[in-house]
Design a protein around this ligand. Structure first.
Ligand code: FAD
Ligand code: SF4
Length: 292
């Protein structure tokens, strides 16, 4: 159950080289939204666009492929995508909204759909929720310190950042690579991430991350009826190259291990905080997706 409910799990990558060129992993998020936009499944998607500072995300409502493409890649800091939900339905007038987010944002989304206090236009207009895997996140100043002080790279010179195999990596525009061990980045993590009990976006329609599959590919969990329908149509249309997850290394074994490690470690923090009176929503019970 640490991986949540899912109908299928596959290894996949976009067949569009243009998408892959600047996506974080297999281009699953951008490709699936682009297909959904083309097919009228969504009118637009809330993604993490470029903010005021280098690598500072700012949520945007992307209604064109160009806007989706401009938001490709991972920004390892908070992009409050949920904050645009009302804007998307009201100011932009979208009836079918796509949204990408971290596991906590998928939880916020489902809560807003189930208890739409101040969100009465929203619940029926969420057409596709894509969740990304997430072990931890960083405040912008923390990310800047990791990149500029530890990796000695200017934020504006970085072209990609990545976390994997125990390292935080920064790729530069001149082809350089600077890496630091994750033991140096832990102190910059958001404290809220230490009570987070979801690694793989259990509540999304489709969730994806790099862990479990080779470089340039993604692990994809298809979770809900909506997700299943959109994913099947996109695969039929030739948007994705797929392989059975059992045929790739390291596969679901590593995803399961990391999800278990995250939940076990953070459950201890939940309990420690509860012992001095801080109540968190950390029952430890597996979260159930109400949209299955
Ligand atoms: P792309 O096609 O490149 O699209 C990525 C989409 O995510 C874009 O729409 C972009 O706007 C949006 N996005 C970028 N940054 C953010 C953000 N901060 N918040 C919300 N949306 C954003 N994967 C793992 O396998 N293991 C991990 O431990 C892990 N940790 C992560 C931690 C963070 C903070 C984030 C943001 C992502 C993490 N990921 C992790 C997910 C991984 O980095 C990729 O985002 C995911 O595999 C999707 O890649 P893609 O090529 O399909 O997406
Ligand atoms: Fe959200 Fe959890 Fe990721 Fe922190 S670790 S950003 S709380 S999903």
């Amino acid at each position: 159950m640490v991986l949540g409910n899912y109908k299928s799990a596959v290894a996949a990558r976009s067949t569009d080289k243009g998408i892959l060129s600047a996506s974080q992993d297999g281009g699953i998020v951008t490709q699936l939204f682009a297909f959904a936009l083309d097919e009228g499944i969504i009118d637009g998607a809330i993604v993490a666009g470029q903010g005021a500072e280098p690598w500072m995300p700012e949520p945007v409502v992307a209604t064109t492929r160009a806007e989706l493409f401009a938001a490709r890649g991972t920004r390892y800091t908070i992009s409050p995508n949920m904050a645009l939900i009302k804007e998307a339905t009201r100011s932009y007038g979208l009836d079918k909204v796509g949204i990408v987010g971290t596991p906590c944002q998928m939880q916020g989304l489902r809560k807003a759909q189930l208890y739409p206090i101040g969100m009465r236009d929203v619940p029926d207009k969420i057409a596709l929720a894509i969740g990304i895997f997430c072990m931890e996140n960083f405040p912008y100043q923390g990310l800047e310190t990791m990149v500029e002080d530890h990796c000695t790279v200017k934020m504006e010179s970085a072209v990609k950042m990545d976390i994997g195999k125990g390292k935080f990596s920064v790729y530069t525009e001149r082809g350089g690579l600077s890496q630091i061990p994750l033991k140096l980045t832990h102190k910059y993590e958001q404290p809220g991430c230490h009570v987070c009990l979801d690694y793989v976006s259990n509540l999304a329609d489709v969730s994806t991350g790099s862990v479990g599959t080779p470089d340039g590919w993604s692990t994809v969990f298809v979770r809900t009826k909506v997700g299943d329908s959109v994913w099947a149509r996109a695969v039929d249309a030739g948007c994705f190259e797929t392989k059975p997850i059992e045929d790739v290394k390291p596969g679901l074994e590593l995803v399961t291990k990391l999800a278990t490690d995250k939940i076990t470690k953070n459950q201890k923090t939940v309990e420690a905080r509860a012992s001095f009176g801080v109540k968190a929503d950390g029952s430890g019970k597996a979260l159930r997706n109400p949209y299955l």
